[in-house]
Design a protein. Structure first.
Length: 144
């Protein structure tokens, strides 16, 4: 797979105006970090702590353009340290920029995860965690 294949593609995440308004107010970082925490709890038992950290770190490095305020420290070897740093970075950023970065980062992460474990399992895991809006939407469509 070409390393740039996952860069700057449309994000498969919930972009409804209500959610955007929710995460663009004071305390916006807390709302943005929740999906990452759910993903971590779901994925670490499956791909390991190191696997989650490596996948997230790679996703952050694929952001285009890079965000200088988003710290990517290879010394963070646990999902807890990684997500604490992400929350701090997002809290320090402009709410709109933080939300856009979160959406892009989540999209890259999901595509990387799909390349690693396959799209069907990725969709199933994301649906179970409720971490991303699109799989839930697909699940609702299947019920109809």
């Amino acid at each position: 797979m070409d390393k740039d294949e996952n860069r700057a593609q449309p994000v498969a995440a919930d972009t409804t105006s209500g959610r955007k308004a929710d995460i663009a107010r004071p305390g916006h970082a807390q709302a943005l970090i929740r999906p990452w925490s759910r993903l971590g709890r779901q994925l670490v038992p499956l791909i390991g702590e190191g696997g989650f950290v490596a996948l997230f770190t790679r996703s952050a490095r694929l952001l285009a353009p890079p965000r200088p305020w988003l710290s990517v420290d290879l010394g963070r070897r646990t999902s807890t340290l990684l997500l604490t740093a992400l929350e701090n970075d997002l809290a320090g950023a402009d709410p709109a920029e933080a939300a856009a970065t979160h959406e892009e980062l989540m999209g890259i992460f999901v595509r990387q995860l799909g390349a690693l474990i396959g799209p069907a399992l990725t969709t199933r895991l994301l649906t179970e965690t409720g971490a991303v809006g699109t799989p839930q939407k697909n699940q609702e469509e299947q019920k109809q």
